[in-house]
Design a protein around this ligand. Structure first.
Ligand SMILES: [Zn+2]
Length: 454
């Protein structure tokens, strides 16, 4: 009897071990199966490190951005277009992690947890294709306008969330990849989609966040005057302006981008309120765009006092902003304070879990504050940027010339939206070390937006 009991418990021990092992395997399978199936040595999907068994990638008009023909990966027929959308499609070898060929590889390979990668034989291509919201020709215009300068351009529909334009520079022709190591400066960060994955000091475009806080915290803000003598003494430091602006109200201060006025406003508001409005505007969090997380722009004024606090309200100090995230804030101002999350993928397909998510909305400003900011941004164009430079666009915008220290040129920002029902488009242009926001990034925005409404 004792012997029998002993043997039974040994058996029970192994049975439990087996069940435990099975449990571990199942858990591992569920979490890692996709990565195993898509490992580049899987010859069902890959040849010489290139994903060769996959569906086509189309733009919103049905142009083929990427396809596999006779085992060869082919991109768009026009070299300029395929270079412009390289960060959207991804390159041959999957170096661009946010490119569709990597980010949406399950969809493109027809992979699912039950059938693995063999399922595509049954589907015969159907369901594996992927249509992006991008307009390839618009991307090409935007990339051309950057003319070799590093930076990013984005345009999206602030009512539907569709991203029409997403370019990042530098880029390259994915069919003839260059020797990147031979020219490290030219191709610095070339595998990064700067629109999604980079952050930059925002400079004066951040004044829109500070202005939102001022509108809601100061009574009769339109009657408050700020005095600029070319700068403002804050503590032992001086916050400088590029010229003497005299007496300005909030609207005028935003239009002429008076640092002295915004230094005063930031000091009066205090770090806590600025922090709250920065958070609402999308700082310190990332947006999830079809499963891709954007880089996090930072705003931390918690330890800032005196001039540091003043500079933080002007988008300097330690502030950083992600271009896509900031564009979404522009969209929120345009859309009565409701931010629609931007989206890259047009058709979600029947196998993907993300296809059930409807348009994702979040109120980030009150409707009244959004309306006031919109009027002020419209005034910026009329009184400063020149309506003639943006003819017919009903442009609402803010420029930014973000100081980056040292002897480097500032980052040039231009962001905003069109106040048009037929073209509800928000945009952002950032040129790394490009110089003045209004005169360098502004004309690029004008060209891209005119192309978008044609
Ligand atoms: Zn000033």
């Amino acid at each position: 009897m004792k012997l029998l009991l002993g043997r039974a418990s040994v058996l029970l021990f192994f049975a439990l071990l087996f069940v435990f092992g099975l449990f571990i395997f199942t858990a591992k399978y569920v979490s890692n199966a996709s990565a195993w199936a898509h490992y580049p040595t899987n010859q069902h999907l890959y040849a010489e490190g290139k994903l060769v068994s996959c569906g086509n990638i189309y733009d919103r008009r049905g142009s083929i951005l990427c396809q596999v023909k006779d085992g060869e990966v082919k991109f768009h027929t026009d070299r300029a277009v395929r270079t412009a959308v390289m960060h959207a499609t991804g390159d041959l070898y999957g170096n661009v992690m946010t490119g569709a060929r990597v980010a949406f590889r399950e969809r493109l390979s027809g992979w699912d947890m039950i059938n693995g990668v063999y399922s595509f034989h049954k589907q015969a291509g159907a369901g594996r294709d992927l249509t992006l919201n991008l307009d390839a020709d618009l991307c090409s215009v935007a990339y051309g306008e950057l003319s070799g300068r590093k930076g990013a351009v984005g345009v999206y529909n602030y009512r539907t969330g569709e991203i029409l334009c997403m370019v990042s520079s530098p880029s390259f022709d994915p069919e003839t990849p260059p020797d990147i190591e031979a020219e490290p400066e030219k191709y610095q960060g070339v595998y990064i989609n700067r629109f999604l994955s980079a952050t930059y000091t925002p400079g004066s475009v951040f004044k829109l966040v500070t202005a939102a806080a001022a509108i809601e915290h100061f009574d009769n803000i339109e009657h408050i005057l700020y005095h600029c003598e070319g700068g403002l003494q804050v503590g032992g430091d001086v916050v400088t302006c590029h010229t003497v602006h005299g007496s300005v109200n909030l609207e005028r201060a935003l239009a002429c981008s008076c640092n002295a006025a915004f230094a005063q406003i930031a000091s009066d508001l205090g770090a806590g309120i600025l922090q709250e409005y920065a958070h609402a505007a999308g700082f310190n969090t990332s947006l999830e765009v079809d499963g891709i997380r954007t880089a996090v722009g930072r705003f931390d004024a918690s330890d800032a006092v005196g001039a540091d606090l003043a500079w933080s309200g002007i988008g300097q100090y330690t502030n950083t902003a992600n271009p896509l995230n900031f564009m979404a804030y522009m969209g929120a101002i345009a859309n009565d304070g409701v931010r629609i999350t931007p989206r890259i993928v047009k058709d979600k397909g029947i196998f993907s879990l993300i296809n059930f998510s409807a348009v994702e909305k979040k109120r980030v400003l009150s409707s009244e504050t959004a309306q006031r900011l919109k009027r002020m941004m419209r005034n910026n164009t009329i009184s400063e940027y020149g309506e003639d430079n943006f003819r017919g666009l009903e442009l609402c915008a803010k420029s930014g010339t973000a100081q980056v220290g040292g002897d480097k040129k500032p980052h040039a920002w231009f962001a905003g939206f069109l106040d048009r029902d037929d073209y509800p488009l928000a945009f952002v242009v950032v040129i790394e070390n490009g110089g003045s926001g209004a005169s360098v990034a502004g004309p690029i925005a004008a060209k891209v937006l005119q192309a978008a409404v044609q």
